[in-house]
Design a protein around this ligand. Structure first.
Ligand code: ADP
Length: 545
């Protein structure tokens, strides 16, 4: 027997309609690539989104067609989020930090029909245009006065294109399982693969993100999205924010410490989300400007994901900003939230060092995501906080496969998606990431967690950043080599680092070599590029070899 509830499809357009109806005057603040600040409202974005939808029709876009963007976080990108998906086309957010050959590959693979781009990327677009076989129009996301002087076929101006359209448009209702957006994983090995989200998965993921035990976003929030809208839909925040009418601050390309600090201060940001590398830039700026007091900002929460949160980062936000850190684990394939770290009532009153150990874990499963850790024999491992295994996840916002079946069937026999991460889960359901399977260091048949070694190294007051990799060793198969970036003006040496680590990690985990470097290579999503480091140091002679 079916229930007698209305069978209304879960549509992304319903989010922007809600925001425009119930929070019409709540601001959306953007810092534009052109420089100045721009202010609109949820109603303003909804009207613009409807003009986008009408423009889709004018451009000959059909439902299901892919529409590419190469763009920073802004109200213009937000209008595309709603206008393109609301119309029934698929918003393909391209990561501009990928190598040009990768962008070329994914735009062709996705068969994008038109490409919207911020003027920052005009030279890149001009270089790529001849290879982009399916793109019929290139739309610069600016006004007439700032149009780039580039040679590409059918170059259009965003503001003119939209101004020519009516803000009247009735959002169509269609199958909630229809594709809404597309995001390629950066693919540190092999070609990038497309993750295709649906209206249903997006709406359900947004609902989850609002719960007080997850990110707890409400209409009282001013949410600054440091995480780019081209990285797993900015962790779903542009949708979740509309669902409750939160005020949004969108920083455009201005992600340096000074700009982020100024936005936090001037726009009274209460919650901000980003990967650890952007926060390092903010800390560096504060180190150079000790007269600034980040406690005066009034930031309440910082969401961090994409890479492990170190003790140093956690304490800096807690003690320096008076802000709570909410860590999340996820990936492009999981929309991206899989687990979120929050304390439980029973943790109240625990000593600080015990609390710290809980807060540094990636987090507990949220409603909608089933977790499983799988041992080498294919069997599920116990949740005892000790046994580690390959992390598999299942749920309504977890990928079932890749766009155009790249990589073939990916799910295990129980329908779980293998994440490529190795983790433990404790009896309270807290997941702790040991490593990415391909980054784990295999020493004498045992595993060394690069995350733990890096966190221990980064807690040294003279260390700005640390990365550890496995290097071939004649006796132990692999041994750890640690690369360290010193904080400016710090004299820290190899023995200092080793002494510091010796108090924090098992003796056999201690790196065989510590090298000081000026910088580390990063992926397009801001993670240390371990493949490159392994390649670079593969023949480095270890003193213990
Ligand atoms: P890409 O691989 O393209 O950079 P993803 O955002 O999909 O993009 O990366 C997901 C991976 O990032 C996860 O599989 C995991 O290895 C890592 N990751 C995400 N969140 C965390 C976290 N909180 N702690 C440690 N690693 C994380």
């Amino acid at each position: 027997m079916h229930g007698l509830m209305q069978d209304r499809p879960l549509m992304i357009s319903s989010l922007i309609e809600h925001a425009a109806t119930f929070h019409p005057d709540t601001e959306i603040v953007s810092r534009l690539p052109e420089g100045p600040m721009h202010r609109t409202t949820w109603r303003g974005v909804r009207d613009r989104a409807k003009q986008v939808a009408n423009a889709m029709q004018a451009l000959g876009i059909q439902q299901g067609d892919r529409v590419g963007t190469l763009a920073w976080n802004s109200h213009r990108h937000l209008a595309l989020y709603y206008g393109v998906s609301g119309f029934g086309a698929v918003l393909h957010t391209v990561n501009p930090r990928l190598f040009p050959e990768q962008i070329d590959y994914i735009v062709n693979h996705a068969e994008d029909q038109v490409l919207f781009f911020d003027i920052t990327f005009a030279p890149l677009v001009e270089q790529l245009a001849p290879q982009l076989k399916t793109v019929r129009a290139f739309i610069a996301m600016t006004d007439r006065a700032h149009m780039p002087a580039i040679q590409v076929p059918n170059l259009l101006c965003y503001e003119e294109l939209l101004d020519a359209q009516s803000p009247q448009y009735d959002w169509p209702a269609f199958d909630e399982r229809s594709a809404s957006s597309l995001c390629y994983t950066s693919g540190t090995t092999g070609n990038p693969k497309g993750v295709l989200y649906s209206h249903r998965s997006t709406v359900l993921h947004s609902l989850m993100e609002l719960a007080p035990d997850t990110f707890g976003i409400s209409s009282a929030e001013t949410l600054m999205l440091i995480v780019p809208m081209f990285h797993a839909n900015a962790w779903g925040a542009p949708y979740a924010a509309a669902m409750v009418g939160a005020r949004l601050v969108l920083p455009g390309p201005h992600l340096d410490g000074a700009s982020v600090y100024a936005l936090m201060r001037d726009e009274r940001v209460t919650f901000s989300q980003g990967v650890p590398t952007v926060w390092m830039m903010l800390f560096q700026y504060l180190d150079q400007n000790p007269q600034l007091d980040p406690r005066s900002l009034g930031v309440k929460r910082i969401g961090i994901g994409g890479a492990a949160v170190s003790q140093a980062v956690l304490e800096r936000f807690e003690k320096g900003f008076g802000a709570e850190v909410v860590q999340g684990w996820g990936m492009t394939e999981t929309s991206p939230i899989g687990v979120i770290s929050k304390l439980l009532p029973k943790h109240a009153g625990l000593p600080e060092d015990e609390l710290l150990q809980i807060k540094l874990k990636q987090g507990r499963g949220v409603w909608g995501v089933d977790l499983k850790i799988v041992g080498p024999d294919g069997q599920a491992q116990p949740w005892d906080g000790v046994a580690s295994g390959h992390l598999h996840v299942r749920g309504p916002w977890i990928a079932s496969g890749y766009f155009r079946n790249e990589g073939g069937a990916v799910l295990d026999e129980e329908g779980f998606f293998p994440t490529g991460d190795v983790a433990t889960i404790n009896p309270d359901g807290y997941l702790q990431l040991v490593d990415r399977a391909k980054d784990v260091i295999k020493s004498g048949g045992e595993w060394i967690s690069s995350i733990d070694v890096e966190n221990a190294a980064a807690s040294h007051p003279g260390v700005a950043q640390a990365a550890v990799i496995g290097v071939a060793h004649p006796k132990w198969q692999e041994r750890p080599l640690l690369l360290v970036i010193r904080k400016p003006g710090q004299e820290v040496g190899k023995q200092d680092v080793l002494d510091h680590l010796a108090q924090r990690i098992a003796k056999w985990w201690l790196p065989d070599e510590v090298l000081f470097v000026d910088s580390l290579p990063h992926t397009a999503t801001g993670k240390v590029l371990k493949v490159k480091l392994r390649e670079q140091y593969k023949n480095h002679p270890l003193p213990t070899a």
